[in-house]
Design a binder for this molecule. Structure first.
Ligand SMILES: Cc1cc2nc3c(=O)[nH]c(=O)nc-3n(C[C@H](O)[C@H](O)[C@H](O)COP(=O)(O)OP(=O)(O)OC[C@H]3O[C@@H](n4cnc5c(N)ncnc54)[C@H](O)[C@@H]3O)c2cc1C
Length: 404
């Protein structure tokens, strides 16, 4: 195989799998954060990720390293943010998820959703007020859209925002809110009782009426916490209403920007699983030979590699389109749908190729197998992405089950 073995010593370390020489196309700007994140993952994340996952403990020492690596703030320019190109952003998220989906999801929520909401929908004053602290991780962000009764149809959200003098009063419930119990700033999406439109509000830590309860018993992304949120008469000043969020279309703009990142995240999980299985099969002997000596094993590895390479090409192209400002939500949706689906297949193959050792957390793959389930579901399930693309190619929206 053409993958380079870059001197890794433990199962899970990057093999640099790149059969189609995709990396040759990276610019210096893309290469630097990618390689810095890869080293961080191999040296610091992989040795401890399984332990945090098993204990369902947030990896705070690793989280604190993210601003030091200069990778917080996506493609947001200024305010101390990373200001990476979309491709560099994708590469960073890919590498974090190759190591640990929980850590990657933490950054996805904090920077990809919360900071992007402020960057895309906030006024200059609001950006100046919140983004520098978030970029330095002095303030942690959360993004509260999903509700107990509204997931895929979050467009129908029921949390209300009532104007009272110079303030807004928020009431409702939210579910699955990543960082919801630890965040300093929570972007809450609520419906203005006057206009009926969805608006975005930044609720600051300690605001009376905001309660968060961590969702227990989660068997995926265990090292990042999601919470059930109750908002009871939560009073926020008009200054905390995102001035550029005036309808659900604005919420959707934020979500569209992160959908493509999910395709990169899935690529990271699949790469981690493929690399581990490849290395394991090269070393494990049965019937007197390494597993890689058997034709069926080679065929399975090659099929995994073919799918992985396809996922890489999807990512490179959505990166190029995003870099050029031409990535449509539909194309991003197709990439998310394809890559999370393929990742599930690759990871399941990898798990099986590692036999009994494949179910041990110390060998990483079972963690990828559990974690990919959430990536597959959040920010629009595979079915929702399919319906988005289906509407585009047929001209017929099939979301509500209507026949016309
Ligand atoms: C680990 C994790 C982290 C998350 N983090 C956040 C967060 O930080 N902030 C936030 O706001 N949300 C978050 N979410 C919520 C996530 O976005 C939702 O779970 C997701 O949108 C799906 O909603 P649901 O779980 O209510 O499923 P449902 O919408 O109830 O869907 C259940 C099933 O029905 C299918 N379905 C739904 N509608 C249709 C239809 N019209 N046609 C065919 N099939 C359909 C779906 O595809 C799915 O298979 C998180 C979720 C998870 C699991």
């Amino acid at each position: 195989m053409s993958s380079t073995h870059d001197g890794g010593t433990h199962l899970g370390e990057s093999l640099g799998t790149d059969f189609f020489s995709v990396r040759d196309q990276f610019t210096e700007e893309q290469w630097e954060p990618f390689i810095a994140t890869r080293r961080f993952v191999d040296d610091e994340v992989l040795p401890v990720a399984a332990g945090y996952w098993e204990r369902a403990e947030m990896p705070w020492p690793l989280i604190r390293r993210l601003p030091e690596l200069g990778i917080v703030g996506e493609d947001i320019a200024g305010y101390g943010c990373a200001g990476m190109s979309p491709t560099a952003c994708g590469l960073v998220h890919m590498e974090l998820h190759r190591g640990d989906g929980s850590l990657g999801t933490f950054l996805g929520v904090h920077a990809g959703l919360a900071m992007q909401s402020i960057a895309m929908c906030g006024s200059d004053e609001q950006k100046q007020r919140w983004l520098p602290d978030m970029a330095a991780m002095r303030a942690i962000g959360a993004f509260a859209l999903t509700e107990p009764d509204h997931g895929s149809d979050s467009v129908a959200l029921e949390t209300t925002a009532r104007r009272e003098g110079g303030d807004w009063v928020l009431d409702g419930t939210k579910r699955w809110i990543g960082n919801g119990s630890v965040a300093d700033l929570v972007v809450v999406w609520a419906r203005d009782t006057g206009s009926g439109e969805v608006n975005g509000f930044v609720v600051e830590k300690g605001t009376p009426g905001y309660r968060a309860e961590v969702i227990e018993g989660k068997a995926s992304l265990r090292a990042v916490w999601q919470a059930d949120i109750t908002l009871e008469g939560v009073r926020v000043p008009e200054a905390n209403r995102l001035t550029g969020a005036n309808g659900f279309a604005d919420t959707a703009r934020v979500l569209a920007s992160t959908r493509s990142i999910c395709a990169w995240m899935a690529l990271g999980h699949a790469t981690g699983a493929y690399d581990a299985a490849m290395r394991y099969a090269s070393e494990r002997k049965q019937f007197g030979k390494t597993l890689t000596s058997f034709q069926i094993v080679q065929q399975r590895l090659v099929r995994m590699l073919a799918d992985l390479t396809g996922m890489q090409l999807y990512c490179v192209q959505i990166g190029r389109l995003a870099d050029a400002g031409r990535l449509s939500p539909t194309v991003a949706g197709l990439a998310k749908m394809n890559n999370t689906g393929k990742a599930r297949q690759i990871i399941a193959e990898a798990r099986d190729l590692m036999g009994g050792n494949g179910v041990l957390l110390e060998n990483h793959v079972i963690r990828h197998m559990a974690d990919i389930e959430s990536i597959h579901t959040f920010e629009g399930t595979e079915t929702m992405q399919t319906l988005i693309v289906g509407r585009d190619i047929t001209g017929i929206g099939a979301f509500t089950g209507e026949t016309r």
